[in-house]
Design a protein around this ligand. Structure first.
Ligand SMILES: Nc1ncnc2c1ncn2[C@@H]1O[C@H](COP(=O)(O)OP(=O)(O)O)[C@@H](O)[C@H]1O
Ligand SMILES: [Mg+2]
Length: 325
């Protein structure tokens, strides 16, 4: 059984009584020792997926359908009290902006000690020792435990939140754009650290990013999102080398090589749809060079096209990419 099983997840926000279809039918699994990279342009529903799993959605966000099973237990039906016990202990999150993750007026070490004591009990001294060990593990001087958040650089804060994410020995870590706010050299160091810890603790990792080159280097599995839908899912090799969805193919085209220069994501004419009013049929059809009549009428099913390789496209497996360039 996979550690995380997300099935037909639909999460909508409400503006007045009007829904924003932020996550619309997303399914994937993550095993122990596996890193799933969830990629797609800004606004496609990645963070909403993450917040749905941990049930930390803003007040106007609601899971309207689907299940999120962690070790076989459905989190969608849990009470907030039960979720508080699960967060950090069984599943934790590394936020994009670590600065916002810590209380600015409390010492960082103190905040992690509190998480450990709340979840695991035990004495303050024991928790402080654990934090010292975690600091060392993530490459922070244990003597910095008494520092305040503002005394840390961006990279150090990211290391501290990784220490906090690990503090109660979770099975699943969700990293939501963990390096986007950092400069490239620091990015690489943090990514190395995440890879090392993932392997050491056999973690299941949901790695969220808008940057496909980061996915290529860090993930065993890849999911590609567009306008609230998961469009393609499979092993990194199959998604990168044998893309099934036109959107995936176009997105990869925006990253000519994983080590080469990144181009801006202005690669497909048009813009992603307003999620309050997604187009009928396939949400990508207005921008898809391969669209046929059916694409504007019927939402394609998310189907397994070859072993473990899924796509949401009426013509998945039938298209020859590259011909229209
Ligand atoms: N609190 C909110 N209320 C209404 N719409 C929201 C809210 N938060 C996010 N959205 C919308 O939901 C969609 C998905 O957002 P998000 O999950 O943050 O995307 P991503 O992380 O991929 O950039 C976007 O269209 C965004 O504008
Ligand atoms: Mg986001």
């Amino acid at each position: 059984m996979a550690i995380l099983e997300v099935e037909n997840l639909k999460t909508h926000y409400y503006i007045g009584d009007k829904p924003v279809y932020a996550v619309d039918d997303v399914s994937f699994t993550i095993d122990r020792n596996e890193t799933l990279g969830l990629a797609g342009e800004s606004g496609c529903g990645k963070t909403t997926t993450a917040y749905s799993i941990l049930r930390i959605l803003p007040a106007n966000g609601k899971i309207v359908e689907g299940s999120v099973k962690l070790d076989g237990e459905d989190l969608v039906t849990k009470s907030m009290e039960e979720m508080r016990k699960i967060r950090w202990k069984k599943a934790s999150i590394v936020f994009q902006y670590a600065m916002n993750a810590f209380n600015p007026v409390l010492r960082i070490g103190r905040q992690i000690v509190e998480v450990i004591q709340e979840k695991e009990g035990g004495s303050e001294q024991a928790a402080a020792l654990t934090v010292a060990g975690l600091f060392e593990e993530v490459g922070l001087e244990p003597s910095r435990i008494d520092d305040y958040p503002h005394e840390f650089s961006g990279g150090m804060l990211q290391r501290a939140i990784i220490a906090q994410a690990l503090s109660c020995d979770p099975r699943l870590i969700i990293a939501d754009e963990p390096v986007t706010a950092l400069d490239v050299i620091v990015q690489n160091k943090i990514l190395d650290l995440l890879r090392k810890l993932q392997a050491k603790y056999n973690l299941a990792v949901l790695f969220i990013t808008h940057d496909l080159s980061v996915v290529a280097e860090n993930c065993t599995q890849v999911g590609i999102m567009y306008a609230g839908n998961l469009m393609e899912l499979g092993s990194a090799t199959s998604v990168f080398k044998e893309s099934l969805h036109p959107y995936t193919y176009k997105l990869i085209g925006a990253f000519p090589s994983v080590t080469g220069p990144k181009r801006r994501l202005e690669f497909i004419p048009g813009t992603p749809p307003n999620l309050m009013k997604p187009p009928p049929g396939c949400t990508f059809h207005p921008r898809c060079p391969y669209a046929q009549d059916i694409c504007s009428k019927e939402l394609p099913k998310f189907e397994e096209i070859s072993n473990g390789h899924y796509a949401r496209c009426h013509f998945a497996g039938q298209l020859e990419f590259g011909g229209e360039e």
